[in-house]
Design a protein around this ligand. Sequence first.
Ligand SMILES: [Zn+2]
Ligand SMILES: [Zn+2]
Length: 228
Amino acid sequence: MTKSTLRIEVLFDNERLSNDLEIGWGFSALITRGERKVLFDTAWDGAQVLQNADRLGVSLEDVTDIFISHAHWDHAGGLPQLLRELRPARTWVPASVSKHQRHELSRHTEVHTVQEPTPLGNDLFSTGALESATQPDEHALVALTEEGPVVVVGCSHPGVGRILERVRDEYGAPHTLIGGLHDFSDFKLLAPLKKVLPCHCTTKKAEILAAYPHSAEACAAGTHLTFG
Ligand SMILES: [Zn+2]
Ligand SMILES: [Zn+2]
């Protein structure tokens, strides 16, 4: 069965494509497929995410799901403001989001605490939570497309290699990787990918773009990708 079109729009990032967009330390992207609209992370200030969406002509009113990659302020901080404006049916969080925070979330939305690889619906998946020695557990979102799995990451604290390995084991060879790659420097792991967009906290963006001129692209608020 052919898979429906997937669209990814970066709403908030440490960089921006145009000066009318808010900028800061954090990440948020909207993943749209069919009737599912998944807000991946909320940056630190929900008002700025809403403002950027508005300026990009993206409606968040009908967001169906919120996916929190990990319990860091620059990914989950925007939640309270956004939950005042949005009515997501479901929120997907790793267990590193505290039980009290999950309780607060459950007043607004169905809360799914993800441990194992989990289908979200519409050929969207969570990798399942991956542990990190020094940082909170983190999960990544995988969208299966005709080209292969597209992987959206928050900060990649558990390690880019482990995330890609989990995707390969569960869903097949990753096609695209977009999101924060933190202090990742084992660049050869990116060689099999057809597309890489190092965003947010990636410290070695310039090196990645130089190492993979044909597959790596710059990422910023306003960047969008379409598959299928
Ligand atoms: Zn971050
Ligand atoms: Zn982080």
